[in-house]
Design a protein around this ligand. Structure first.
Ligand code: FAQ
Length: 311
């Protein structure tokens, strides 16, 4: 790739022009986008599993309807994101194969179990909350199809975050046992939510290039800090304690200082050895195999339509 093309490409990025699928782009830009967008898509799809666990046990019709709608949204996000990745010249089959063979990553957070009903609220509040913090800046990502997909996704995620918070508020108004369930869910999900932002900046191998290309607008640590700053006051309103003894407001910087997640646990999880990795993959593989007849029927229908047209 010659210098001139690279310089012209970077100049377009610097002018805040969107890069579209048929435009020239460096191979490394394409590669990192396929990686990030497909991992993001896989996360949305695998992310349906922990909450799916509670659909049949939701405590009321209203909560069940909300939960179903939310989980369906996540499936939809996966579909837009696979489509955005496909514009870069990979096929959906290839991407799904990478997930099911264990080659592709998906977000570490979805390898934690949802043990009690308050986990559904805590996932909405903390996991969707972290997802929004990370994804709002992606609406300004330099790659057009990804940035446009993120706009609708973020709107839906904000509904998800609020339904989670609303669920927790309702439980905090309930019995002592319900309040304990909320605290227990938050104790277990707080650190994994912080891990969603990725390794600390010094260990993030892709950040420098992604920042230069304006795929990422903030570093992992910057977004983690924004999330902590936004969430601490919400925890106070809720009346729960965040499980970080190092949380301390710094008057000078205006930020909440916080402790570090257990990075060994993070690396262990993204290498496939977290609490639920094996179960999640088993469930995804089964869902894919059980859906084979749908794909076959759709292909048979498409072939018939094509034959009709050419006849
Ligand atoms: N989990 O160099 P960096 C959702 C990997 S939200 C697993 O810092 P980068 C909504 C990373 O891929 C969740 N792997 O990488 C929802 C790389 O490995 P590689 C999905 C992680 O890309 C809510 C290596 O570590 N959101 O689904 C994680 O610059 C509720 C080095 O890391 C997105 O995907 C992790 N937490 O920054 C659904 C957002 N962190 O590829 C259902 C888009 C890092 O070299 C229910 N993605 N890794 O093998 C991003 O913003 C970025 O990709 C980061 C990582 C920030 C995740």
């Amino acid at each position: 790739e010659d210098e001139e093309k690279l310089a012209a490409f970077q100049a377009r990025i610097d002018r805040e022009e969107k890069i579209e699928p048929n435009d020239w782009m460096p191979a490394a830009y394409r590669k990192t986008l396929v990686r990030q967008i497909s991992q993001h898509a896989h996360s949305e799809v695998v992310g349906m599993l922990p909450e799916g666990n509670w659909v049949t046990r939701a405590p009321s019709l209203k909560r069940k309807a909300i939960l179903l709608a939310k989980i369906q949204d996540e499936g939809g996000h996966g579909l837009y994101l696979y489509s955005a990745a496909e514009t870069l010249g990979v096929s959906r089959e290839e991407l799904v194969d990478q997930l099911l063979s264990g080659k592709a990553k998906y977000s570490s957070i979805f390898n934690y179990p949802t043990l009690n009903w308050a986990d559904v609220g805590a996932v909405g509040w903390l996991v969707d909350g972290a997802a929004i913090m990370n994804q709002i800046p992606l609406c300004r990502c330099s790659f057009g199809p990804y940035s446009r997909a993120m706009i609708r996704i973020c709107k839906e995620e904000s509904f998800h975050q609020r339904q989670g918070y609303d669920l927790l508020v309702a439980m905090m108004k309930g019995t002592a046992e319900q309040q304990e369930m909320v605290q227990d869910a938050v104790n277990r999900l707080w650190w994994p939510a912080l891990m969603m932002f990725g390794p600390s900046d010094k260990d993030s191998k892709h950040s420098a290039a992604s920042m230069k290309w304006k795929i990422k607008r903030f570093t992992n640590d910057e977004l983690r800090q924004k999330f902590v700053d936004a969430t601490v006051p919400q925890a106070k309103v809720l009346g729960i304690t965040l499980p970080d003894p190092d949380l301390k407001f710094n008057e000078e910087t205006g930020h909440w200082e916080h402790g570090q997640p257990d990075w060994n646990e993070f690396y262990n999880t993204i290498q496939g050895n977290g609490i639920c990795n094996k179960q999640r993959m088993k469930d995804r593989i089964k869902a894919h195999e059980d859906g084979a007849w749908v794909r076959e029927a759709a292909q048979a229908y498409a072939a018939k339509q094509a034959a009709k047209k050419s006849a």
